[in-house]
Design a protein around this ligand. Structure first.
Ligand SMILES: C[S@@+](CC[C@H](N)C(=O)[O-])C[C@H]1O[C@@H](n2cnc3c(N)ncnc32)[C@H](O)[C@@H]1O
Length: 292
């Protein structure tokens, strides 16, 4: 410590058993603080439900304004066992292939690697694909599913789908707690860990992507979507596309998108495609700009 600097004077107040709230309503509410934790959880549930109702109504307005009024939007069937999500994935991949011959694709929420495998199989090797996942399941509860749900095998095993024996070996290793090797596709990278660590690590290593073509949001949760929208999509001013996998989830991806658009006062976007039920939505960003 620098010897010339004396400690600064600190004004003190009498020791307080409770916070001395400045606001009247806060003081009134504080009287309920003896409620049980269960009762407080119920109040929170009520608040979340009310918010969900509001966001569901906003979703209907979004559909009216951004889809029903725009005849260019392609509606695809709701996810089903025979076609899966291929129709909207194909629209996204056709956009990427029609507009560029190389670039970066980011996937937030890779799980077993099913979507990433489909994307890499339908693009030339000149594209780089990066899959982000903690491989530990959802870090928070989501729409009735508890935290830890959707863990899958604990690694992107579908990337080895063309080599069933290797895939089986990797599944068995994951069950024994042994990690997975680098993907067999040289243009695919996997960044493991919570996004708060892995995306930060990726950006500090590679910088902000200057040739992003597609960002696939498939992490379900608000907390896993909003920070990435703000951090990655906010600063990007060139044209690219975003695919949401659970857009209809009113308090999660949809809420994250709405808040992001408000924060950045972002209006230069349009919906390219949506599934009939609104779960998958494909958005073109910076429609009037050129590609990165
Ligand atoms: C619906 S799954 C992804 C499905 C995958 N795209 C596929 O096609 O099989 C959602 C994944 O997001 C991951 N996830 C959600 N939030 C995350 C976060 N904040 N950090 C890291 N992974 C997260 C979960 O671990 C889970 O594997």
């Amino acid at each position: 410590m620098n010897e010339q600097i004396k400690p600064l004077f600190v004004a003190t107040a009498p020791f307080a058993e409770r916070p001395r709230h400045a606001g009247k309503s806060r003081r009134l509410l504080a009287r309920l603080s003896s409620l049980s934790a269960t009762a407080i959880d119920k109040i929170e549930w009520f608040g979340v439900t009310i918010q969900k109702i509001a966001n569901t109504l906003r979703f209907e307005q979004f559909w009216k304004e951004r889809i029903a009024r725009d005849q260019r939007v392609t509606i695809v069937p709701t996810f089903n066992k025979s076609t899966g999500k291929h129709p909207i994935w194909n629209i996204a991949l056709n956009w990427v292939n029609a507009n560029s011959s190389s670039g970066t694709l980011l996937e937030l929420g890779t799980n077993n690697g099913g979507s990433l495998k489909y994307f890499v199989d339908h693009l030339p090797r000149t594209f780089r694909l990066v899959g982000f996942d903690c491989f530990e399941g959802l870090p928070e509860s989501w729409d009735g599913l508890p935290a830890g749900s959707i863990k899958g095998f604990g690694g992107p095993v579908e990337l080895w789908a063309d080599d069933p024996q290797k895939r089986r070996e990797i599944v068995a290793n994951l069950e024994r707690g042994i990690g997975f090797p680098p993907p067999p596709q040289p243009n695919v990278n996997i960044e493991s860990g919570l996004f708060s660590e892995s995306v930060t690590r990726y950006l500090s290593k590679n910088g902000w992507p200057d040739d992003l073509r597609l960002i696939h949001f498939d992490a379900d949760l608000y907390i896993s979507t909003r920070p990435i929208l703000d951090t990655i999509c906010g600063p990007l001013k060139y044209r690219y596309i975003i695919l949401f996998d659970e857009f209809y989830s009113a308090n999660h991806e949809f809420k994250a998108w709405r808040e992001f658009v408000d924060l950045y006062r972002f209006s230069d976007w349009r919906v390219l495609s949506a599934s009939e039920d609104g779960s998958q939505v494909l958005i073109e960003m910076n429609v009037h700009a050129s590609l990165g």
